[in-house]
Design a protein around this ligand. Sequence first.
Ligand SMILES: C[S@@+](CC[C@H](N)C(=O)[O-])C[C@H]1O[C@@H](n2cnc3c(N)ncnc32)[C@H](O)[C@@H]1O
Length: 288
Amino acid sequence: MQNTTDTDDGTTGFSEHVSAVEALGTTGITHRPVGPAESRSASRLWWDADADDYQAAHGDFLGDVQFRWCPEGLTEEGAELLGPVAGRNVLEVGCGAASCSRWLAVQGARPIALDLSAGMLRHAREANDRSGVDVPLVLADAGALPFPDESFDLACSAFGAVPFVADSAAVMREVHRVLRPGARWVFATTHPLRWAFPDDPGPEGLTVYHSYFDRTPYAEFDDDGRATYVEHHRTLGDRVRELVAAGFTLVDLVEPEWPEGHQEVWGQWSPLRGALVPGTAIYVCRRD
Ligand SMILES: C[S@@+](CC[C@H](N)C(=O)[O-])C[C@H]1O[C@@H](n2cnc3c(N)ncnc32)[C@H](O)[C@@H]1O
């Protein structure tokens, strides 16, 4: 998901997302501490600036009314990780254009789609109109959910929010707060193992260059040093501990395999790497 070939502290390799990189004046990349407020601000800037390119690049693959968990293409229809959805109040965290929520609505659920970026929600609104499946959209931060306690029967996220927040433990606590006892929280993120490899879909992306144990955030920045894009890393153990601390039980950890014949390259996700190393981790949790 990172936007460059990561050469650390370099100004080279902005291979994709050219308009957002230019619009935000991004000039370099590094690993450095980035706190919650700066991460939030960078994410808002980035996803607003990149929304059009993101949808142009991935909109067809994602579909207007479809629940895809990850670049490997796994769908909720095939995987059934959420359990029964009909009649359930569902929160989608970091919804982007909200394709997943529209799919849930068609299955008879009552979804609410939440995102930090007005740019991404503009695409969600357009897709609501285009598809005729109108899901409620909420502009808010995953770390401060604007809902009462125990208001949802289910929460889900396909690469939304979690990799981009400094305090993911706080997001887990917030999701726990708004879920009813026994409800599921199922979310997909980049597989933590990928942190150790360059973000490159080709052979260069098969050599470890960075410590898996180094949690220092990845940051792109402009000439003033302001972060314009940020990603945070948790090891597998970190993630399990923050889920358990928030009050969740981990029911399953799904590592989707690259399907035979699937040729779609998405950033660092490719058939070449997918055949060798997991690219996505999907955490299936239950609120105790
Ligand atoms: C990779 S996109 C995934 C969007 C969608 N789920 C999909 O599969 O296309 C990540 C989304 O997370 C959102 N996001 C990032 N930080 C967030 C935060 N703190 N709170 C809520 N949403 C956030 C972004 O605005 C963006 O829409």
